[in-house]
Design a protein around this ligand. Structure first.
Ligand SMILES: Cc1cc2nc3c(=O)[nH]c(=O)nc-3n(C[C@H](O)[C@H](O)[C@H](O)COP(=O)(O)O)c2cc1C
Length: 361
C-alpha cells in the first residue's frame, strides 16, 4: 500500500521510481552544474516569513485573477514538453487535473497531444506557450490557439540557443524520443509532417527568424490575444517588455534548464517589479515547491506562480488525479501560511510579510 504524499518532495520521490531513468534525467535536470537549480530553492528558503497574530482570519479567500481569468488559488501549471513521459494520457490528464483544481494550465508548443485535444479535455482556462522559430509556424500555432479558446500567448524568450542538459545527454539523448508532437502532425498543422521528420525540423533546427523585440510587433499583428513574455530576468528587459505593450511579464529561469549561473527568480523579482511599475501582471516560476514559496513570491509582487517539474510528479502518481493532488497539497499549504501571516486574501500580501536577506552578490 502506498501512503498519500504529505508534500511535493514525497511525490517527487515516488515519481522517481515510476518514470524511466532517461526521462527522469530530462525532467529533473538543469543546465551544466545545476548551480542555479539549487539557488532557485536556497534563495526561496533564505527568505523568512513575518507571522502576525490576533487577527480574525477565519474566512480566507485564495482566489485571484490572471489577465481577467479567475483561478481558485494563485498557482498555475507551467508549460513543459512531453507529458507522456510521465503518463499515457499526457497533457489531457494534466489539463483535467488543473481544471479540477480550478486553475490555469499553460500548454507547451512541444506537447504530445494537440492544443485542440487538450482544449476539449480541459475544464479550466488555458494559455498557449509559443516557441517562435519562423513566421509560418508561429502564425499557424497562434491562430489555432485563438480558435481553440486559449486565453493568452506566452512567448518563451529565454532560449535563443538550445542549451544541453548534461545529465540527460549522459542518459542517452537530450529529449526522449518516440512520442507524437501533437501540434505539428494532423490536419490542423497543415505541414504534412510525421513525428520523425518533425524532430529534425523543429527541435534541432536553428531558429530561422531570431526572436527580437521587433518580432514582437509582428506577433502582435497575428493575434488579438494578450501576450506574456516568459523568461524575463532583468529590470532592463522587463522595462522593454512593458514599453512594447505586453500584458504579462513572467519571471522565469526555465527551472534553471537553459543557463547556469544566473540569480534565482525570487532574487530577480524585486527589480522587475520596480521596472514594471504595475503596467503589466507579473508571474514567477522556477523552484516553487511549498505554499510558503507562493506566499513569498506574492508578497514580493507576483500576481501568481507556476510549477513545472511537479506536474510530472503528479502525473506519475495518478494521471489527472495526481496533478490535482499535487495542486491541492500546495493549496492547503498556501492557506496555512496565509492565515499565519494574518491575511485573509492572497491579494493583500505585501513586502511586509517577509524578511528578505541582504543581497550577497
Ligand atoms: C521537462 C520540462 C520541459 C519543459 N519544457 C518547456 C517548454 O517546452 N517551454 C517552456 O517555455 N518551458 C519549458 N519548461 C520550463 C517550465 O515551463 C518552467 O519554467 C520550469 O519548469 C519551472 O521550474 P520548476 O520546474 O522548478 O517548477 C520545461 C520544464 C521541464 C521540467
Amino acid at each position: 500500500m502506498r501512503l498519500e504524499p504529505l508534500n511535493l518532495y514525497e511525490l517527487e520521490a515516488h515519481a522517481a521510481k515510476f518514470i524511466s531513468p532517461h526521462a527522469w534525467a530530462f525532467i529533473e535536470g538543469g543546465a551544466q552544474d545545476e548551480v542555479t537549480v539549487k539557488r532557485n530553492r536556497s534563495a526561496l528558503e533564505a527568505i523568512t516569513l513575518r507571522p502576525r497574530f490576533l487577527q480574525d482570519i477565519e474566512h480566507r479567500d485564495l482566489s485571484t485573477t490572471v489577465l481577467g481569468e479567475k483561478i481558485s488559488f494563485p498557482v498555475m501549471v507551467a508549460p513543459a514538453g512531453g507529458h507522456m513521459m510521465a503518463h499515457p494520457e499526457g497533457e489531457l490528464a494534466t489539463a483535467r487535473g488543473a481544471g479540477a483544481a480550478e486553475t490555469l494550465m499553460v500548454l507547451a508548443t512541444g506537447s504530445h497531444y494537440s492544443m485542440e485535444e487538450v482544449a476539449d479535455a480541459s475544464s479550466g482556462p488555458l494559455w498557449f506557450q509559443l516557441y517562435h522559430r519562423n513566421h509560418d509556424t508561429s502564425e499557424m500555432l497562434v491562430k489555432r490557439a485563438e480558435q481553440a479558446g486559449y486565453k493568452a500567448i506566452a512567448v518563451t524568450v529565454d532560449t535563443p540557443i538550445n542549451s544541453p542538459i548534461e545529465r540527460s545527454i549522459r542518459h542517452g539523448s537530450e529529449r526522449p524520443r518516440g512520442f507524437n508532437p501533437g501540434n505539428f502532425v494532423g490536419e490542423e498543422a497543415g505541414l504534412g509532417l510525421v513525428a520523425d521528420t518533425l524532430d529534425a525540423l523543429y527541435y534541432q533546427a536553428p531558429f530561422t527568424i531570431p526572436l527580437t523585440w521587433g518580432e514582437l510587433g509582428w506577433l502582435r499583428q497575428q493575434t488579438s490575444l494578450p501576450i506574456v513574455l516568459k523568461g524575463i530576468r532583468t529590470a532592463e528587459d522587463a522595462y522593454q517588455a512593458v514599453e512594447h505593450g505586453v500584458e504579462g511579464v513572467w519571471v522565469s529561469n526555465h527551472g534553471a534548464r537553459q543557463l547556469d549561473g544566473t540569480l534565482s527568480t525570487i532574487e530577480m523579482l524585486p527589480e522587475i517589479v520596480e521596472a514594471v511599475k504595475g503596467r503589466a501582471e507579473i508571474y514567477l516560476d522556477s523552484g516553487i515547491r511549498r505554499g510558503s514559496d507562493v506566499i513569498k513570491a506574492l508578497s514580493l509582487g507576483a500576481q501568481a506562480v507556476l510549477v513545472g517539474r511537479p506536474l510530472f510528479w503528479g502525473l506519475a502518481w495518478n494521471g489527472a488525479d495526481g496533478v490535482r493532488l499535487m495542486l491541492e497539497i500546495l493549496r492547503h499549504e498556501v492557506d496555512l501560511v496565509l492565515g499565519h501571516c494574518g491575511h485573509t486574501s492572497v491579494q493583500t500580501l505585501n513586502p511586509e510579510v517577509v524578511n528578505t536577506p541582504k543581497p550577497t552578490w
